[in-house]
Structures are given as structure tokens and as C-alpha cells.
Design a protein around this ligand. Structure first.
Ligand code: 5AD
Ligand code: SF4
Length: 465
């Protein structure tokens, strides 16, 4: 063990009298699934007497849970790994540097050959960490990148290392069977599988009892959640949503990510039926032109997508919508790109994540399509979608000025400690002055007085009697 461990960094709560196996520090990149996975890893390690520390210098084991979705995500991780290797040399220690997650799965042993890591563990192999870590700590390189058809970590209660105590993710499924042409995820996370609904509901109840008031059910494609029990009973995503919503009326339930080809009317109706299911859907469209969508192998057309939105609005008129957009996919012409802009206007998205297409080795697009849109053109298109979305977000926020929303308080505002922040059911961030009785996990009514494109600004209103 490193002798530089500072007492204040060490959480010895559960295992006071047991000899520690070491300390670990974990850093997470990429999506919500990775955040949830790091919490599973922390739980596995704590159970085996490794203690979390929040300073990499004090750690015997540094773990980086990585993302491979775009080239620049991998570059960022490589920069961090170089930094950790330099730290290890500087300290002259026997630190283990481990790569977890999607880059581990994509690059496998190459990461060992490049000498930037001692341990490589893919997303389905975290239960093997207690065996692999001692190997790596004794100087042997250790790898497990086996993908599984069953693993859902259903029985592992995550350890929330960096939590606000109000919001948490619950992983409901793993993997992805969609095979979108641009996407590396099916290769890094394997086949789709759903988690036992009882363990999901139990986790929601456990979180609620600990004071959490907002859970997000996460998976690469939540709409294809399906569990078939031993007696043949079948639970689909809408059924699961209802079951989790029934945990408690003041537990907010969110979900992400939906796929336009699989999102059902039953899900929208379930959202409408339960006030505590948040009125917000993240529905990635990726592009607004049918030929591009077909090349992307998304399985729907522009019209189908717009029809899904109409369907959502019919059942949930106050729903907010966000999306993902890729610009500069293989063969995208200027006219095709402009259909993306037009679709964004038509859908009036409240929020969007926007990316330049980045070719990923092994995907359908890398094998069969030409990455032929020049970087300069991609950049210019990205700027245009960002500018448009900023305008749409501002318009959406302006429509909220003067209205009053129920806001779940998350904590003090990051910018100004005299202000507090929380979110509406529609997932909009609201900032408001502190008032007595305001505390994380409480609900307050906030009247919106002003806004930017990113935030609503308001004042707490007295509770209705
Ligand atoms: N290049 C750019 N963006 C991508 N995404 C997935 N793969 C790529 C890629 N190769 C985006 C999609 C997806 C989001 C998570 O990341 O928009 O919905
Ligand atoms: Fe990144 Fe996709 Fe892996 Fe999430 S699933 S970490 S977004 S590559």
C-alpha cells in the first residue's frame, strides 16, 4: 500500500476492523451507463476491502472508466492515462493503472502493449476485478474483456461515490443490438439484455429510503427493455416504468435513452398516467434526411420521427424533448444537412447534444462507407446546429417565463452559493434564491422570472394551502 494515503481521503465506514487490500481512485468518462458502472465497480471493490480515495496520488489503484464513442473521447482518456503514468513514475510507486469500459473492450491487449496500463477490464467483466487486481498489484499484467449475454450486475447495490444524495441512475439493461452504422457501442458493450424488474424496483425503493428523490432508468435503448420471468410473465418498458413510479408518489422517475423506432404509445400513455414520471424524453434523431438516416441504418424516416413526436405531444402535451444530432455523416450533402436544421425547427427541441461524425474502426460505416465530408465542413455544420439549438432552447425557456413549476432541489448553485438549483419535471435547470426550508431532496414551487438559453431563473412561491 502507498504510504502517502491521507486519512481524510479514506472511507473506512463499513469495514473498520478488516485489513485493507488497498486504495482506489476511479475517474469516469462517457455516458450515464459508465457513471452507473463505476458505481458497480466501487461496490465490488469495497466489498473486497479496497477503500475509495478522491486523490489519485493517494491511490494504490487508479481506474479510468473510458468511452470510445468518438475519436476525441479516446484522445482525452489517453491524455489522462499519460498523466497518471507520469504521476506513478514521479512517486516511484507500484500503483496499478487500469482501463475499464468501452476503450478497454475496443483495444483490449493493445493497451498493455502500448504500456499505458497494467490492467484492462471490459464492461461485462467487473466481477473479476478482485481476482485481477492482486495479479496486477504483484506486477503481472491482467486482462478480462469477455462480453456476456447475461451479466446485468442485478444483485450489486451500487456505491454512489460522487452523489448529491438526490438523483441517481439505475441501470435497467446492458448492451445494444441496433447496429447503427456509425456506432461502436454494440462492439464495446455486447448484446442487449434486460435486468430482472424486481431488482430494479428494489433498488428504487432502497434509494428512496436513503433520501433519493429522482431516479433515471438507463440503458442504451430502454424501449426494447423486456424481461420474461420463469413463469412466462413478460414485463416491457412501460410496465417497468409504472412499477418504479409506484415506489412512492414523490419519487421522480426519468429514463434515457429512447429509440424512435421502438418508442411505444404505451410508454407515452404511462408517462401521462403517473404525475411522478417526468415529462421529458431524450429521443436521438441523428439526422433529418431520409437517405442519411438510411445510410445510418437507424430504422426510421424523418416522417416517422416527426410522427413519434406528435404522438408524444398528444399524450403528454407538456413534455420536453431533447435529441442527439450527428453532422457530416458519410455522404451528407449541404441540402441533406439543411433538412436536419429544418427538422430541428419543426420538432422545436428543448435541448440537443450535437456532434461531428467521427469514424470508429470496425463499424458498418468504417467498413462500407466513405468518411468524405471534410473536417472544415463538419465544423461549419456543427456551428450552425449549435447556434440554431441555442435559439430554440432560448425560445423554449422564454415560453416558461411567468409560469410556476414544481422544482426538486438538488443543492446550492455551482456559480453562486447564495442561490440554489433544482430541476423541473421537464429536466430544465432552475436557479433561485435560498429560502428557509430549502434543502436538497425537497420540492418547492418556483415562479420563473427570467431565463438564458441554458437556465431558468425564478423565485420560490409559497406552498398552496
Ligand atoms: N461519431 C459522432 N457521434 C456519434 N455518436 C455515436 N457514435 C458517433 C460517432 N461515430 C453520437 C450519437 C449518439 C450519441 C450518444 O453519440 O448521436 O446518440
Ligand atoms: Fe461511450 Fe457509448 Fe461506451 Fe457510453 S456506451 S461509454 S457513450 S462508447
Amino acid at each position: 500500500m502507498s504510504s502517502t494515503v491521507k486519512e481524510k481521503h479514506v472511507d473506512r465506514s463499513a469495514t473498520e476492523s478488516i485489513r485493507p487490500a488497498g486504495t482506489f481512485y476511479i475517474e469516469t468518462y462517457g455516458c450515464q451507463m459508465n457513471v452507473a458502472d463505476s458505481e458497480v465497480v466501487a461496490a465490488i471493490l469495497k466489498k473486497h476491502h479496497y477503500y475509495p480515495v478522491d486523490d489519485p496520488e493517494a491511490a494504490d489503484v487508479i481506474l479510468v472508466n473510458t468511452c470510445a464513442i468518438r475519436e476525441n473521447a479516446e484522445q482525452r482518456v489517453r491524455g489522462r492515462l499519460q498523466y497518471f503514468n507520469a504521476l506513478k513514475r514521479k512517486q516511484g510507486s507500484h500503483k496499478v493503472i487500469g482501463v475499464l469500459g468501452c476503450m478497454a473492450e475496443r483495444l483490449k491487449k493493445k493497451l498493455l502493449e502500448e504500456a499505458i496500463s497494467d490492467l484492462v477490464v471490459g464492461p461485462d467483466a467487473y466481477r473479476d476485478l478482485p481476482r485481477l487486481l492482486p495479479e496486477a498489484m504483484s506486477g503481472h499484467k491482467a486482462v478480462n474483456v469477455l462480453l456476456s449475454r447475461e451479466e446485468t450486475y442485478a444483485d450489486i447495490r451500487p456505491v454512489h461515490l460522487h452523489s448529491d444524495g438526490v438523483s441517481a441512475f439505475i441501470s435497467i439493461m446492458r448492451g445494444c443490438d441496433n447496429m447503427c452504422a456509425f456506432c461502436v457501442v454494440p462492439f464495446t458493450r455486447g448484446r442487449e439484455r434486460s435486468r430482472d424488474p424486481r431488482s430494479i424496483v428494489d433498488e428504487a425503493r432502497w434509494l428512496y429510503d436513503k433520501g433519493y428523490r429522482d431516479v433515471t432508468l438507463i440503458g442504451q435503448n430502454v424501449d426494447s427493455y423486456r424481461w420474461t420471468g420463469p413463469g412466462g410473465e413478460s414485463v416491457d418498458f412501460a410496465d417497468l416504468l409504472a412499477r418504479v413510479a409506484e415506489t412512492a408518489p414523490d419519487l421522480r422517475v426519468r429514463f434515457s435513452t429512447s429509440h424512435p423506432k421502438d418508442l411505444t404509445e404505451k410508454v407515452a400513455m404511462t408517462m401521462a398516467a403517473y404525475p411522478n414520471i417526468c415529462k421529458f424524453i431524450h429521443l436521438p434523431v441523428q439526422a433529418g434526411n431520409d437517405e442519411v438516416l438510411e445510410r445510418m441504418r437507424r430504422g426510421y424516416t424523418r416522417e416517422w420521427y416527426l410522427d413519434r413526436i406528435r404522438m408524444i405531444r398528444r399524450h403528454v402535451p407538456d413534455a420536453a424533448l431533447s435529441t442527439d444530432i450527428i453532422v457530416g455523416f458519410c455522404g451528407e450533402t449541404e441540402a441533406q444537412f439543411e433538412e436536419t436544421l429544418a427538422l430541428m425547427e419543426e420538432a422545436a427541441f428543448d435541448h440537443a447534444y450535437m456532434f461531428m461524425y467521427s469514424e470508429r474502426p470496425g463499424t458498418y460505416a468504417a467498413r462500407f462507407l466513405q468518411d468524405d465530408v471534410p473536417t472544415e465542413v463538419k465544423k461549419a455544420r456543427l456551428e450552425r446546429v449549435i447556434a440554431l439549438q441555442r435559439r430554440l432552447s432560448l425560445q423554449s425557456n422564454r415560453r416558461d417565463v411567468g409560469k410556476t413549476f414544481e422544482v426538486l432541489v438538488e443543492g446550492p448553485s455551482k456559480r453562486d452559493a447564495a442561490m440554489w438549483r433544482g430541476r423541473t419535471s421537464q429536466n430544465k435547470m432552475v436557479v433561485f434564491p435560498f429560502e428557509a426550508g430549502t434543502a436538497p431532496g425537497r420540492y418547492v414551487n418556483v415562479r420563473i422570472d427570467d431565463c438564458t438559453s441554458a437556465t431558468l431563473l425564478g423565485t420560490i412561491q409559497p406552498a398552496e394551502s
